[in-house]
Design a protein around this ligand. Sequence first.
Ligand SMILES: NC(=O)c1ccc[n+]([C@@H]2O[C@H](COP(=O)([O-])OP(=O)(O)OC[C@H]3O[C@@H](n4cnc5c(N)ncnc54)[C@H](OP(=O)(O)O)[C@@H]3O)[C@@H](O)[C@H]2O)c1
Length: 333
Amino acid sequence: MAGQDGFRAIVLEQSDGGVKSSVQTLDDASLPEGDVTVAVHYSDLNYKDGMVVRGLGKLVRTYPHIPGIDFAGVVETSNSPRFKPGEEVVLTGWRVGEVHWGGYASRARVKSDWLVPLPAGMTAKQAMAIGTAGFTAMLAVMALEEHGLTPDNEGEVLVTGAAGGVGSIAVALLANMGYRVAASTGREDQHDYLRDLGATTIIDRAELAEARGPLGPERWSGAIDSVGGKALGAVLAGLRYWSSCASVGNAGGIELGGTVLPFLLRGVNLLGIDSATCPLERRLIAWPRLARGLPMDKLDAIAQVAPLSEVPALAERILKGQVRGRTVIDVRA
Ligand SMILES: NC(=O)c1ccc[n+]([C@@H]2O[C@H](COP(=O)([O-])OP(=O)(O)OC[C@H]3O[C@@H](n4cnc5c(N)ncnc54)[C@H](OP(=O)(O)O)[C@@H]3O)[C@@H](O)[C@H]2O)c1
């Protein structure tokens, strides 16, 4: 029977104007409302997890709080006709780990509407190697395709923040789909890693940060931008006529750098991606596409595994841009 022994979790509590974290065992009675209870096997680490664990950005309103914006595991109990005990499920976003208790726990209770079945051909661990970051990369690719991107278009697809989570998966996914990929990174020691994932060109982050002028030479057939700020302005200025940039992140700033001229003079599109509130129907398209389109050997190279106890230290590191690729959190370790 589920839930007899309580569950283990990272708990955030307010302390001295900040937030402190500890691993605790909680009673099942403390679980929030929801129609599905899941035995969580794996979670992961995203930039947003770093912010939540460090108490930044006012993402969490109520403490004590269990962070972890993603999880994958097995249904223990269900009052939903969509899921039966024993089924493997994945959750990303929906403000889980921010407003609702999240995946850094061996048990979670959530709304069934937030869950998708684990896609065929993918393990729970692989799903968390993908997580919100990889799901976002897939949504960005889908948005670019819907706006005309095909591997036949002239020019490379640019991925910024390429050695990060979204960036790494975007590079591997695009390369496997037949696109030529330009990867922009600020880390010289990650060039070989990015080439191994399939990048054909490496662009120094500084080149985008220092770019001047509203329009540059037409270079890219599309772009996925994790950085924002001035770099985004430079990305827009270098896009080819009628091409698009999917804006997914703000690792370099929340400003929208540049001018409107790429929109007006080159018909360029800026496409917003919000993975957290992505509708269920689109999730049910994106996850199977990830299972088919992302080479699992590349995913192995992108992801490392860490235990729950390492989350606080990893949170510090991801906020400093020091984490490469993806980190799976083994919540049972
Ligand atoms: N819209 C959505 O639904 C959604 C979903 C997931 C993530 N995000 C956002 O997307 C971004 C990336 O998330 P992630 O999980 O991939 O994070 P991540 O693993 O930390 O990757 C971010 C990457 O951005 C680059 N970067 C870091 N600091 C920078 C700076 N000051 N200036 C320029 N580049 C910098 C680094 O890449 P290099 O070392 O290669 O330069 C870093 O690895 C974050 O802003 C996150 O909040 C949004």
